[in-house]
Design a protein around this ligand. Structure first.
Ligand SMILES: Cc1cc2nc3c(=O)[nH]c(=O)nc-3n(C[C@H](O)[C@H](O)[C@H](O)COP(=O)(O)OP(=O)(O)OC[C@H]3O[C@@H](n4cnc5c(N)ncnc54)[C@H](O)[C@@H]3O)c2cc1C
Length: 436
């Protein structure tokens, strides 16, 4: 009997270093490659946005289009369906006598829940997942995921001395045919109005950027420039491609090692690795803490002393707070789909500590807008800054005035994004009277 597989692409939108794709191509006679843009309903994923910003959608669709083009080079193609994942896979299983379902391991609780539902519903089908989003695999880690170190520093100490990233997955040379005829199932929407997209989606664009970055001298000054606020050069800008898997973390590390071997190895090049370890920590943190990643009290025994104030929240989203630099960051985010790490730290600190808002609404807004949204990095960092996550200090409030003076001393960034505070009063009407 012929075997038929479904490959559910999620945050692994690439052909190279994709162990899931390699396994599927080696094991089945026919292969259906799909991606589901599923509507997220409030009942299934509370505090997750129900719509994505135009920038996020554009970046995603460009990445999917690039993946489809890559697959077509092997006689395959990608079906992009605007339908719920579980229903779609269930229908395909019935229609095409599916024997195998493949997907990459995902750090999100919701995504894992869907996988478990499918697995339990179809016990005679082989469900297989590979690790494509992290540097390491669980069997390499010197602890069980349940015993993940409680802070990043402890994690780093254990990991960086003892471990090497697992090898890059073998190249796919041949793909099984797709039993579903290629049609124009989907079209990349055109977002002509987008003001200034930071970068284009897809594996080709990712590789181009990777090569360009490591053929420049930027890696050897990264540590000194990484707190910049504007432009492509002060930090690596790998995150948009990393987040949807157009680029793998292992590929970046192998390029970094090449750079260190042939060009320069210094504190800055080490610091790129150090930041990738932060990413790695948050991935395993999300795996370990599951649903808790989205809970108000996070890892703490009691809920924070913050709440949801509609007017303050709206002012923060629109860049209309009493803090000029915060307004600039928020306008930058909405206009481009990206914000620097420093910006993210400051707007999150402002959200929680100055505006006393429930951190989950801030995390959700970033999820809606960031082209590099990653469930583990976003929600893990928000928990950290809200003092309910992996920060051993438990409280991290930035002095916004000092930070503005340090990182935007001439006010150029603030002026560019028209950050000047429009509002002095945070609450113009009584909170109870604000229309929701
Ligand atoms: C509130 C908040 C929300 C965030 N949300 C996201 C998110 O949704 N997606 C995302 O990829 N990052 C997120 N980050 C982390 C960080 O801000 C971005 O990874 C970084 O700004 C991306 O730009 P870059 O690639 O130029 O980073 P670089 O400074 O060049 O760092 C290199 C890589 O290291 C990783 N990295 C760096 N800092 C962090 C960090 N603090 N946590 C996890 N990984 C890190 C990223 O993969 C990044 O691409 C968030 C940080 C904060 C404070």
């Amino acid at each position: 009997m012929k075997t038929t597989g479904i490959l559910l692409f999620r945050n692994d939108l690439r052909l190279s270093d994709n162990a899931t794709l390699t396994a599927a191509c080696a094991e089945v006679d026919r292969l259906i490659c799909i991606y589901c843009c599923e509507p997220i309903s409030a009942s299934t994923a509370l505090h997750r946005p129900q719509t994505l910003s135009d920038h996020r959608q554009r970046f995603l669709f460009e990445s999917l289009e690039a993946l489809d083009q890559g697959l077509r080079g092997f006689g395959q193609h990608l079906l992009v369906l605007k339908r719920p994942i579980v229903d779609t896979i269930a229908e395909l299983i019935t229609q095409y006598d599916v024997t195998h379902v493949y997907s990459s391991v995902n750090a999100g609780w919701f995504e894992n829940h869907q996988w478990s539902v499918l697995k339990s519903r179809y016990s005679s089908i082989i469900f297989q997942q590979e690790h494509t989003h992290t540097l390491f695999e669980p069997h390499q880690l010197p602890f069980e995921i349940e015993d993940l170190p409680s802070s990043f520093s402890k994690f780093r100490r254990v990991v960086e001395k003892n471990l090497q990233a697992s090898p890059i997955a073998g190249k796919v040379t041949k793909m099984p045919p797709n039993p579903i005829v290629a049609k124009e199932y989907w079209q990349v929407p055109h977002y002509d109005e987008l003001s200034s997209p930071l970068c284009s989606g897809g594996e080709k664009a990712a590789k181009y950027h990777l090569e360009k970055y490591f053929s420049s001298d930027l890696p050897s000054t990264y540590k000194n420039t990484r707190n910049g606020l504007e432009g492509m050069d002060y930090s690596t800008k790998f995150s948009p491609w990393l987040s949807n898997g157009s680029l793998s973390a292992k590929t970046i590390v192998s390029k970094l090692i090449e750079y260190e071997t042939h060009k320069t190895a210094n504190e800055s090049t080490y610091w790129i690795y150090f930041e990738l370890l932060w990413r790695e920590y948050f991935q395993w943190y999300a795996h370990h803490h599951g649903k808790t990643l989205f809970q108000f009290k996070g890892l703490r025994p009691t809920v924070p002393n913050t709440s949801f104030y509609a007017e303050r929240y709206q002012k923060w989203c629109q860049g209309n707070t009493p803090f000029a630099i915060i307004n600039a960051f928020m306008k930058q985010l909405v206009a481009t789909g990206y914000m620097s790490n420093r910006g993210r730290q400051l707007v999150a600190s402002c959200f929680v500590h100055e505006l006393n808002l429930d951190w989950r609404y801030g995390a959700r807004f970033m999820e809606q807008h960031l082209i590099d949204f990653d469930v583990a990095s976003n929600w893990g960092n928000w928990q950290y800054l809200a003092g309910v996550g992996a920060d051993p200090r438990g409280h991290r409030q930035f002095d916004l005035k000092k930070q503005a003076a340090l990182h935007d001393p001439k006010g150029e960034f603030t002026a560019k994004w028209q950050g000047s505070p429009i509002t002095i009063n945070l609450d113009s009407v009584d909170i109870a009277d604000w229309p929701l």
